[in-house]
Design a protein around this ligand. Structure first.
Ligand code: DQQ
Length: 444
């Protein structure tokens, strides 16, 4: 990074300049990765008249930035082109569905198709003349109806999609079906509703194999194929992405989560991570997820930098063997960014000791670390009422000494250690088993 821009990232996707938020329509098409995102091309702060910026890459690491794919131009999106998703149809056709803020400031769902399927850059999109293809439902507030998912094909030959919403604080995933992407019918009941959760943003709905780390195309719905389904929703009121694992039955048009959504159920990430969207990568047969990383900078800092917002690095995503949670790992391509390796082994860590790692710039480091611990039987018992890992981390911040922890890294530390970001572990005992938490303490 240039000295005057010390916070430009090396591992995370960023636009050349200005504001970025949600990932939109990520896909792998004809072996090329396409990534669109919510962008304000006119400045480093959010503005409701969002555009869809567009970048392409052979490997999800090296990106070429193209012109905006969608800009607010028509009555059905004149006040903003908001988030949406891509679907690759059989026969390699491509459709994009996105939320438009219309001339009356109502959220509606719009269709766009590619102008020229032979253009490898997928540069020009044609907005459907009959937009919106899904109008605001009568009983819904005009600000609460957005973010269409990737569509999936059910056995009756109809395409399905979800749109996020709420009514009286009940979060809603509306379900629609269509033969032709132009005429959509709302199902008799939503796919799922959960009272008290507020508006659901950027829903994502996809199958995962129960016995494989490989990805599954979104249109594989039959449970006899050995899949479970994941419904991810962003809770706007909490600015967090939650997910549920469950069973989807297309005939009954419903999804039954194994655990009810509450504020302490499964989350995709406990850091700044929101509006995630996944896609099936047919080249490497994996599901990849990306999300908006909102910075905690002030507006003045964003203006001084001239940009704001990152994307999480792409992660592969699959169902854990226990079938109760998802597992994620940075895509293997990220390793091509490794250089200047510094390594050591067999360091004994005495309680309270520090080892400085020299030879790296700590603001841009990818760290692999393994610890060996002895006498674990002596670990403290975890308070059984603590089930939310975030609470376990905040109730025992990095300054609180325990038996096995905190141990880990102090990243971005100043010489006198008055400023530091601790990334640390603790080991507890719980019901005769060991529990390890990984925490990050940004309070200093
Ligand atoms: N951001 C978009 C919306 C979405 C929200 C607008 C989530 O479509 O609901 O930029 O961050």
């Amino acid at each position: 990074a240039a000295p005057e821009q010390p916070y430009r990232t090396a591992f995370h996707f960023q636009p050349p300049q200005n504001w970025m938020n949600d990932p939109n329509g990520p896909m792998c098409y004809n072996g090329v990765y396409h990534f669109f995102y919510q962008h304000n091309p006119f400045g480093p702060l959010f503005n409701k008249r969002m555009h869809w910026a567009h970048s392409v890459s052979p490997d999800l690491i090296n990106w070429t930035h193209l012109d905006s794919a969608f800009t607010p131009t028509d009555p059905f999106d004149i006040n903003g082109c908001w988030s949406g998703s891509a679907t690759i149809l059989p026969g390699n056709k491509l459709v994009m569905l996105y939320t438009g803020i219309d001339s009356e400031n109502r959220q509606v769902q719009n269709l766009a198709v590619l102008k020229d399927l032979s253009d490898p850059y997928l540069k020009e999109w044609v907005k459907h003349a009959g937009n919106p293809v899904i109008d605001l439902p009568e009983e819904i507030n005009p600000d609460d109806f957005r973010d269409p998912t990737t569509t999936w094909l059910a056995e009756d030959g109809k395409w399905r999609l979800l749109v996020g919403s709420q009514k009286d604080k009940t979060g809603i995933a509306f379900l629609y079906h269509s033969d032709d992407f132009v005429n959509w019918t709302q199902s008799d009941s939503p796919l799922l509703t959960v009272p008290g959760t507020g508006v659901w943003e950027c829903p994502d709905f996809f199958p995962v194999w129960i016995d494989s780390t490989k990805g599954v195309d979104t249109s594989v719905v039959n449970p006899s194929n050995g899949v479970k389904h994941v419904l991810k929703v962003g809770l706007q009121d909490h600015f967090k992405d939650y997910y549920m694992i469950g069973t989807y039955s297309p005939e009954k048009e419903h999804f039954v989560p194994e655990e009810e959504l509450t504020l302490s159920t499964l989350r995709l990430d406990y850091g700044m991570y929101y509006a995630s969207k996944s896609f099936y990568d047919s080249v490497k047969n994996r599901r990849i997820i990306m999300a908006w990383v909102h910075e905690s900078d002030s507006e003045a800092d964003a203006i001084a930098k001239g940009w704001s917002g990152l994307q999480s690095f792409p992660r592969s995503l699959w169902l854990d063997e226990n079938q109760k949670q998802l597992l994620q790992w940075p895509i293997e391509e990220i390793e091509m960014l490794h250089e200047n390796e510094v390594s050591f082994r067999d360091k004994k860590l005495e309680g309270g000791s520090l080892h400085e790692i020299q030879g790296i710039t700590a603001s841009q480091a990818d760290v692999t670390i393994s610890f060996k611990l002895a006498n674990l039987e002596e670990a403290e018992e975890l308070d059984p009422s603590l089930v939310d890992p975030q609470l376990i981390c905040t109730e025992n911040d990095a300054s609180k000494k325990g038996k096995f922890g905190p141990f880990g890294l102090l990243a971005l530390a100043s010489n006198d250690l008055t400023e530091q970001t601790a990334i640390f572990f603790r080991v507890f005992r719980k019901n005769g088993r060991y529990v390890v938490v990984m925490c990050s303490d940004q309070s200093r």
